[in-house]
Design a protein around this ligand. Structure first.
Ligand code: SF4
Length: 323
């Protein structure tokens, strides 16, 4: 495949979904960015700015049910965590992303809200960015976004008009703080730390890392990025899964790695709830104690027990780590 044929039309690729072996996440062909030199940021170089956030960043998926969402958010506010609002393909259609950000901010929860380059025109992106900033989000997480064909049935009609690195500049030019993502375990793994530095040059202020295996691998990535000049506070991923369904929900994403030990422990446990909770608490504690990262991102659907139970699981992890 030629670079111009990337199904996400990426210029600053590769995306985080490159499969093991270097295959594209969308089509059964090699990703053209793998095996080539790093694509360097070609625009004006910007320096990261300070950003104040709690050490715990929790994935939050609004349900569209205001009563349920408010209950979860009130508990997060009491726990003192920040939330990461996604821009997922399978979010409930009733969820308006700007309105969801307004609710999290109004609940007193520092918020990072995600924007993808998927299926949004230039005007639509600008409108969404302005709406999120007016809502008072702490930062906008700029990602290219999943391709629906990677997780669902073939979906040739989706268009990617922007991508994570370019969105960083778009958000910054509209006055927002910028969060970017990186997937340390996705090929080409040797370029991923340098790629994060290029996103810093494009305007990023903070980084949220994708699941990339055991603690040692996450810390090694953070230290490599720092050695290459990355000055972004990094939020390290902690998979939160308390049943096999919530683990499977995480494992479906290409380019993402959960530590083998954790996967095996979940499969063989007679009490997956306690096992998953213990794994998340141990990993978060180790990462926060490492001195190499700014905070942890408690990530995943956590449970198949619904939104309220999910919030309860997330808070139990926070409470256990901070006890
Ligand atoms: S893996 Fe991602 S970056 Fe590479 S060709 Fe496929 S969609 Fe594009």
């Amino acid at each position: 495949m030629e670079l111009g044929a990337c199904p996400k039309s990426m210029r600053y690729g590769p995306c985080g979904g490159v499969r093991t072996g270097g295959g594209c996440e969308v089509v059964d062909e090699p990703c053209p960015f793998v095996g080539r030199p790093l694509v360097e940021w070609a625009g004006t170089e910007l320096a990261p700015r300070a950003i104040e956030l709690p050490r715990f960043l929790v994935d939050h998926r609004p349900t569209g049910d205001d009563r349920v969402d408010r209950q979860v958010l009130d508990d997060y506010a009491a726990s003192g965590v920040a939330v990461l609002l996604g821009d997922h393909l399978d979010d409930p259609p009733a969820v308006d992303r700007v309105a969801a950000a307004e609710r999290t901010v109004d609940a007193g929860v520092p918020t990072i809200a995600t924007i993808t380059g998927r299926d949004r025109s230039t005007d639509e992106r600008a409108e969404m960015i302005d709406g999120l900033l007016a809502a008072g989000v702490a930062a906008v997480l700029c990602v290219t976004g999943d391709h629906p064909s990677a997780r669902f049935t073939a979906h040739p009609d989706v268009t990617f008009v922007s991508e994570g690195t370019l969105l960083a500049g778009e958000v910054r030019s509209r006055g927002g703080r910028v969060a970017v993502a990186e997937s340390p375990a996705a090929e080409p793994t040797r370029q991923r730390a340098a790629r994060l530095v290029e996103k810093q040059r494009a305007g990023a202020d903070i980084a949220v890392l994708n699941h990339s295996g055991p603690v040692a691998d996450v810390i090694a990535f953070a230290e490599q990025a720092s050695a290459l000049g990355c000055r972004l506070p990094m939020y390290a991923p902690v998979p939160v899964m308390t049943d096999l369904a919530s683990m499977a929900a995480l494992e479906q994403f290409p380019g993402l790695t959960i530590a083998d030990d954790a996967v095996n422990a979940m499969h063989t446990s007679s009490d997956p709830f306690s096992t998953g909770l213990d794994l998340a608490v141990a990993m978060a504690g180790e990462l926060l104690g490492s001195g190499s990262i700014a905070g942890v991102n408690l990530s995943g659907v956590a449970t198949s027990g619904g939104a309220v139970e999910r919030g309860r699981v997330m808070r139990r992890v926070v409470d256990a780590v901070t006890a």
